[in-house]
Design a protein around this ligand. Sequence first.
Ligand SMILES: Cc1cc2nc3c(=O)[nH]c(=O)nc-3n(C[C@H](O)[C@H](O)[C@H](O)COP(=O)(O)OP(=O)(O)OC[C@H]3O[C@@H](n4cnc5c(N)ncnc54)[C@H](O)[C@@H]3O)c2cc1C
Length: 402
Amino acid sequence: MKQVVVIGGGASGIIAAIFAAMNGNKVKILERNSSPLKKLLITGNGKCNYFNNDMELKYFNSSNLECLNEIINEKNVKEILSFFDTIGIVPKIKDGYYYPFSGISASIKEALLIEAKLNDIEIVNDFLVEEIIKEGKFIINPNKEKIKADSIVIACGGVACPKTGSDGIGFDLASKFNHTVIKPLPALVKLKGHENYFKDWDKIRSNVKISLYEDGHFVKKQDGELQFTSSGISGICAFNLSGIIARGLNDGKKEEVKINFIPWNKKDVLDMLEERSEMVTGRTISEFLEGFMHYKLVKIILDKSKINPYKYYEELNGKEKYALGENLTNFNLEITEVGTLEEAQVSSGGVSLLEINPLTMESIKENNLFFVGEVLDVYGDCGGYNLGFAFISGMLAGKAIK
Ligand SMILES: Cc1cc2nc3c(=O)[nH]c(=O)nc-3n(C[C@H](O)[C@H](O)[C@H](O)COP(=O)(O)OP(=O)(O)OC[C@H]3O[C@@H](n4cnc5c(N)ncnc54)[C@H](O)[C@@H]3O)c2cc1C
């Protein structure tokens, strides 16, 4: 039996502790907040989207995606889902997104805490781990509490939403053991630019396709509901591009998104306009477009296309028709900034996966030191991927401590 200390009582830490305790170890969780799982409670707008039906690697981001294969795979997905069954969580699955059937994140919190109690795990709240050294055993806070451990799991989270307790201290603890920490940046957050028309499209929502280009090269496409805001764009499809954009901006790249308001290709849209213009008579181009688009977006698109809104479709010249088609299907928006770490749902970057054994989550630099969850250089799209990764990585570490 080993003395195991898990640093951080978040999603990944609680699961690591439970699986380590199931192996017969004596497990203690040190949590800086007055109670564990503070962040989990606010996930999914309080409904906790804790997993996804489709855990393909394409929904994850890391500088070393290859290692993720060993972590996120069919076997591990099956095992963690069956664990959730055994602790009594009944899922409600909507478009592949898993939520607890109760519709409240507190159900997941309670089920995990009951399981921790059943496994005799000691949870010490209001305990901030500031330093770990190794002198034979690990010693936590050697100048204060001097807690000893045979194995340590660092489950401190990343640096997003720091009010929930994850402020990046896990990266400092990792660095002391010579781990490489890839610069953390915000991800799953809104996108910002500097356009005068933002004030006009604020609060509009529209189903679109958006494509990200870095220095003119296509990178990633998303579709879904886009929320237009007074500083740029938001919503799941914008969030899912934000981590890549934040890193690109950090590296000095030009970041542009192209919005397709009518999710067809430009030729089909131009053909559709021609066809409809024969049916719809006595309407200015502005009135004509308002038949299928929000009037505020119509005004912005006509302005950007340099088209007089009082003209009739048949009066447009070739150049104007081309510009209209382009701005309806390829509306270019330069992104100059993303939201802050305080606003972000996760941080990208973190402890390099190259320095972790992906089968066990153990450090390859220090025996019996494990890393799980968002402290690692992995994050996923919206849809339950981040909690999914936290749970699976926690499970692998806990199982490996024997
Ligand atoms: C608003 C919001 C909504 C989200 N919604 C979803 C969602 O619906 N689905 C999804 O999959 N993901 C969602 N996420 C992301 C998800 O919550 C995180 O990726 C996940 O919680 C990471 O788990 P973790 O255990 O690695 O870290 P955390 O959950 O951040 O837990 C880390 C814990 O460690 C503690 N800690 C940190 N440092 C120390 C220290 N030095 N000493 C002691 N304790 C310490 C912290 O207090 C905290 O309790 C959301 C995030 C936010 C902010």
